[in-house]
Design a binder for this molecule. Structure first.
Ligand code: KG4
Ligand code: ZN
Length: 335
């Protein structure tokens, strides 16, 4: 089969990214312009600021990705772009850039749903095996997704309130750690002990998640310490929160594995970069020798465009393309 080279663009949150991916698994180049330093000053992503920086960076990352791959637009078969979900102003910039390239160079435009990108980041590690269970854990999503076959997605569990990454970031804020709290909590948790009692969270549907109670419990513990004149041990609180959050998360994975016949489990999204979650996955999957698993490389856990190229490749093979009137959709569902 002829090679398929996809130029992919991602701008759904605070990373402006462009990548060139061959045949869905070979990364010829991947450029990510992160805005984290700017948003850290505000303690979180400021949508207006994010959009403005995307405008400044988008053409630069596209140019750099082309240069690094040593290709020209003539070598590109299709333009893939994240159309949602995400911040609407941020999404618009990537979508507009992708439409402009598609129009100027007469290339097909492939719309990609962001979460599918996170899942297909695993295709850089190994071939995906179906039926597959994906644990999607990011700043905006906590989902269990079943893929019966390539490019088919069925959500079987979701969060009832906060996403897990959001919970990490909110707990980070109350512990006065710099934004984003996730990686900082991961690091500090290695030095602490799980001494603070946090509640076990219940959900009516055993495949759903809930993290807001845990976040409130952390806040209450902090207040209790203040009232009693005790000094909070931040590392111990990080360990306590992380163990509670990840045990809750993994109990849902076990529930899904018990109820669905799958050949493979994949981790996806920014929180898949968490070192303790990666450890738990390796450890607990020993109990499931019939289910293989993939943990994506660190650089492809958080937002990037290579994963959009990997997903866009499958969409392109399926003939999924969009007209130039396609719009960014902030709450685009997984279908
Ligand atoms: O996938 P991502 O880049 O953006 C979304 O699509 O949301 O994920 C970002 C999220 C943030 O909440 C961040 O705190 C979290 O992933 N994160 C982590 C770690 N690295 C990133 N959370 C826990 N441990 C980490 N090592
Ligand atoms: Zn993401």
């Amino acid at each position: 089969m002829k090679d398929v080279v996809i130029l992919a663009i991602e701008s759904s949150c605070d990373e402006t990214a462009c990548a060139i991916v061959r045949n869905g698994h070979e990364i010829l180049s991947s450029k990510v312009a992160s805005q984290i330093d700017v948003h850290t000053k505000y303690g979180g992503v400021v949508p207006e600021v994010a959009s403005r920086i995307h405008v400044e960076n988008i053409s630069i990352v596209i140019k750099e990705a082309l240069v690094e791959s040593s290709l020209t637009m003539d070598d590109i078969d299709a333009i893939a772009v994240t159309v949602g979900p995400g911040l609407i102003g941020s999404l618009h910039i990537g979508v507009l850039a992708a439409k402009t390239l598609a129009l100027t160079y007469h290339k097909p435009l492939v719309p990609v749903q962001h979460i599918t990108g996170h899942i297909y980041a695993n295709a850089f590690v190994d071939e995906l095996k179906f039926p597959l269970l994906a644990l999607v854990v990011s700043g905006g999503h906590t989902e269990l997704v079943i893929m019966k076959e390539d490019y088919s997605f069925e959500e079987i569990g979701t969060t009832q309130d906060d996403a897990i990454g959001e919970a990490y970031d909110k707990v980070g804020r109350v512990l006065e750690l710099p934004y984003p709290g996730g990686p900082k909590i991961d690091k500090l948790a290695k030095e602490g002990k799980p001494v603070y009692q946090l509640p076990r969270v219940h959900t009516d549907n055993p495949l759903n998640f809930s993290f807001s109670g845990l976040k409130s419990a952390v806040m209450q513990s902090i207040k209790r310490c203040e009232r009693n004149g005790e000094v909070l041990n931040v590392a111990d609180m990080c360990t306590s929160f992380q163990e509670a959050a990840l045990n809750h998360l993994w109990s849902r994975v076990e529930e899904a594995l018990a109820n669905y016949d799958v050949r493979q489990l994949v981790l996806a999204g920014g929180v898949a970069a968490n070192s303790r979650l990666r450890e738990i996955c390796i450890e607990r999957m020993k109990k499931h020798p019939d289910v293989s698993y993939i943990i994506p490389p660190l650089a492809y856990c958080t937002d990037n465009a290579a994963m959009i190229g990997a997903s866009g490749y499958r969409a392109y093979l399926k003939g999924i393309t969009a007209d130039l009137d396609v719009e960014a959709d902030a709450s685009l569902e997984l279908v």
